[in-house]
Design a protein around this ligand. Sequence first.
Ligand SMILES: O=C(O)CCC(=O)C(=O)O
Ligand SMILES: [Fe+2]
Length: 346
Amino acid sequence: MVMSEQVRKMMMVQEMAERGEYPPSRYILKDAHQSPADAPPQAPPVPIVHLGHPDEDQQIKSALQSWGMFQVIDCGMTASFLDELRDVTKAFFDLPMEEKQKYSTFKSGKFHYQGYGNDEVATDDQILDWTDRLYLTVQPEDMKNLELWPENPSSFRDVLNEFTTKTREMLDSVLKAMAKSLQLNEDCFISQFGDRPVLDARFNNYPCCQRPDLVNGVKPHSDSSALTIILPDKDVEGLQVMKDGVWVNVTTSPHALIVNMGDQMEIMSNGIFKSPVHRVVTNTDKDRISVAMFYTPEGEVEIGPADALVNDMRPRMYKNVKLKDYLEIFWPRFLQGKMSIDLVKV
Ligand SMILES: O=C(O)CCC(=O)C(=O)O
Ligand SMILES: [Fe+2]
């Protein structure tokens, strides 16, 4: 088929950037209104939530109702560990292309989500993002595909395993704190995840680009997850969030992690916590890296608005949905630059 041939011949973004190439037409935004160039340069930093602080409830509620995300500084991971995670990420993307391709998303001519590559190319008119990534499921244990876990740099696997354990601990405390901030039982959200919640790691590389005004690093989207934890680049900005109808730069402390709401959380909270639309923009001279951890309920478990959040004052706003079914709607639409949350509204 034309499509798969096209994909096989397609270069990784990193290779095009290294050759100083102008982005090919498949990457160029068609609508001038979508240009990444028009974000305001100055914005306040993302609100900080101090987990365990007496004002935690208030901090969470206000951050999630205004931004849909917050930053955590005291996240239980040391600054040097977070730097190590950045170092192994960068070391992986710095490997020769031949070595990275051992972990390719393409196997026997077929696309798989896990591995090194970019989004699936599903249609001829799909506009591609200026990024390469490594996508790995890290929990549950039996869903790990270790064949795709880099052995180089040699500490990569250990660092990822440690990041996974620490991220899970952080997610559990954040989910409890979010429930308590709404005067709910602390297990109210956690109990919806089932026995086998899924945690996926995505290592993102956004090479510099000759025309950052014409491409997206990641197209505008909301996450399909319940929660996403993001370790942004220490020096290079690029993540932007749509706030009150305008794009604002996401700025954080160098050793903070960002907690971002995903669509599943918007559903479980009956719309109180919004899953924000965000995107990544590129720049002409600096590569950017980030690591995102997507936490989702088990695919077969039906989730829905917490009972205690549905009442006469606030009627049910979302249908119950299984993650597996949601993803079937979400991915093809994501690839076309469309959001999906409205499709599960009552
Ligand atoms: O690179 C980032 O900062 C965020 C990436 C992102 O939004 C995603 O992978 O869903
Ligand atoms: Fe995202």
